[in-house]
Every structure is written in structure tokens, then in C-alpha cells.
Design a protein around this ligand. Structure first.
Ligand code: MBD
Ligand code: FE
Length: 304
């Protein structure tokens, strides 16, 4: 029989032919395809609409924007909410809240001991120092913790993604000292906006949504035996702080800014005039297995 009803076709699509394949991939694909068949039918999606969406997905892939799509449609935050739920059930509470990694991390940033300048001696905007300690849940310092820190430039661009920036610009790794102390100098970044005219911007325009993130700084903190912490802090006062396109703002992650701090003791960071400071400790949970303590990003974790 070569003539199918829609239901028969769906059944055929979802049937495997003896080969085992991967049961998990099969189950998820079956569910998604079934939902999509129903969406097309119930919303009466036309052929032109369907092929337009495929052309758009192709351009999405070619421009490398799937990471922006997952963030903007809430999937990154959904996964964090689900992990928080699982932690709560497992009785694993406490420590600095996790926040989404985002699609703009780059591994291998230059490593410094204890402190570093992210602005590479070219001050822009407001001189900003963030400092604190890496601690465990008992409040003990985590000696030698590794902190990856990355943020946007004055135009909201990230190096390796935004044209004209130097490799690893505004990306550094800091190894905390024996007392878990770290500090870095940079400037307060502005927010981020999805690239205008790009496939992701087309979608957000069609959805009547903006593509802005409030000013934030990303961190990935890792130490042996402790659960790798991926988080962000927000700079207070941003227009979009409660309207983040990526839904990543969280209580406990909005830093306080101390203005007009005297520069005494900050000479090694080249600070010579009153500046803006933020104190923030990263509090890490114990890892319950080796996997959790791996200093890996979300894509590194799944790389075959
Ligand atoms: C960003 O800077 C970001 O952090 C996320 C999650 C998505 C887009 C841009
Ligand atoms: Fe970001």
C-alpha cells in the first residue's frame, strides 16, 4: 500500500525497522514529529509557511545562532529550573545560584594568578573592580579555584563573535589564591542585543519581542571535588533587568555597586582614582560525582 492517511503516514514515520537504533533518540523524535504533524494540521500550516521556516532554520544554522534561539525561547532557563528542582528533591540546597551559560563562552582564555585586568590596560567607561572569595558550603575558602570570566564590550559585543575584537578580549581565567581570593578590573559592560538583520532578529521581530539582555558578567567556577558553578551577575539599574530576552536574571545574582571607593591597595590593577567596586563571593556545592566537578562548559560536556 502506497497511499497513506496522515495517521498512517505518522505511524510509518515513527516505526523502526528491526534495527535497534537508540531508544531514547527514537522516543524523543517520535514525540516531536507527532507534535509537529498535529501543529501543521491544526494550525493549517501552508507549504509556503513550512518551507519558509526550513529556509530560516538553514540560515540559523549557517549563522551559528541556535544558541541565541534556545536562550530567547527560554530553554536555557528551563534546564536550570529543572536542575534546581532536581537538586531540591535530592536535598542539595545552598551556594551561589546557577545561571545560564549562554552561547558565547570561549575556552582557553589567558590564565592569571589571583587578579587580572580584563580591559588590558585600555580603560573604557567606569573603572570597575569585582572581588571576593570562592568558598564551599561550610564557608571554607577554596584554594586555587579556577574562575573563567567573560563579558561584552562597550558595544555589547563578545570577542570571537563580534567583528573587530581581539582574541580573548574581555575573557580571562583567574586562579584564586590560597584563601580563595580573586579580583579583576574591567569596566561595567552594557547590555547585549541580538544582531540586527540576522535570522534570530527576524524571528523576534515576528514575535513582537525584543532581543535585549541587561548588563551582566559571566562566570564558570571550578575546583576539584566541587560542583562546577556556571553563573552570571547582573549590574543593577539596567532597563532590562526584569525583562531579559534570555530570562536569566535571578535573585542573589544582582551585585551591589560601591561607588567612589578609594584606590588604596588597588595599585597593581592600575587603579589610581576613586572607582566602582563590587564584592561577591562564589559559594560552591560539593560534587557528588567526578562528572559534576569537571571544569567543562555545556558543549564540552557533550562533545564526543
Ligand atoms: C548573551 O550575552 C548571553 O549571555 C546569552 C545567554 C544570550 C545571548 C547573549
Ligand atoms: Fe552574555
Amino acid at each position: 500500500m502506497a497511499e497513506f492517511t496522515k495517521e498512517q503516514l505518522l505511524e510509518r514515520v515513527n516505526t523502526n525497522h528491526g534495527a535497534e537504533g537508540n531508544a531514547r533518540v527514537r522516543a524523543i523524535t517520535e514525540r516531536i514529529v507527532t507534535d509537529l504533524f498535529h501543529t501543521i494540521d491544526e494550525l493549517d500550516v501552508t507549504a509556503d509557511e513550512f518551507w519558509k521556516s526550513i529556509a530560516w532554520l538553514t540560515r540559523m544554522g549557517q549563522t551559528g545562532q541556535f544558541g541565541l534561539l534556545t536562550a530567547g525561547l527560554g530553554f536555557d532557563r528551563l534546564l536550570d529550573i529543572r536542575q534546581d528542582e532536581a537538586d531540591q528533591k535530592a536535598g542539595r540546597a545552598g551556594g551561589t545560584p546557577r545561571a545560564i551559560e549562554g552561547p558565547l563562552f570561549v575556552a582557553g582564555a589567558p590564565l592569571s594568578q589571583h587578579e587580572v585586568r580584563l580591559d588590558e590596560g585600555e580603560p573604557e567607561g567606569e573603572v570597575f573592580v569585582m572581588e571576593g572569595q570562592v568558598l564551599d558550603l561550610e564557608g571554607q575558602p577554596v584554594a586555587g579555584a579556577l574562575i573563567d570570566v567573560w563579558h561584552a564590550n562597550t558595544q555589547g559585543g563578545y570577542s570571537h563573535f563580534f567583528p573587530g575584537m581581539k582574541p580573548y578580549e574581555l575573557r580571562r581565567r583567574i586562579q584564586a589564591d590560597a584563601q580563595g581570593h580573586y579580583r579583576f578590573r574591567s569596566y561595567l559592560p552594557p547590555g547585549y542585543a541580538i544582531p540586527p538583520g540576522s535570522p534570530i532578529a527576524e524571528l523576534f521581530t515576528a514575535l513582537g519581542r525584543h532581543g535585549n539582555r541587561p548588563a551582566h558578567i559571566h562566570f564558570l567556577v571550578a575546583a576539584p571535588g566541587l560542583r562546577t558553578l556556571t553563573t552570571q551577575v547582573n549590574i543593577p539599574g539596567d532597563t532590562y533587568i526584569d525583562d531579559d530576552f534570555a530570562f536569566a536574571t535571578r535573585d542573589g545574582l544582582i551585585v551591589e555597586l560601591e561607588k567612589n571607593v578609594a584606590p588604596v591597595g588597588y595599585e597593581s590593577l592600575g587603579v589610581t582614582a576613586p572607582f566602582t567596586r563590587s564584592r561577591f563571593n562564589f559559594v560552591m556545592q560539593k560534587a557528588v560525582n567526578e562528572n559534576e566537578a569537571l571544569p567543562l562548559t555545556r558543549m564540552e560536556r557533550v562533545a564526543g
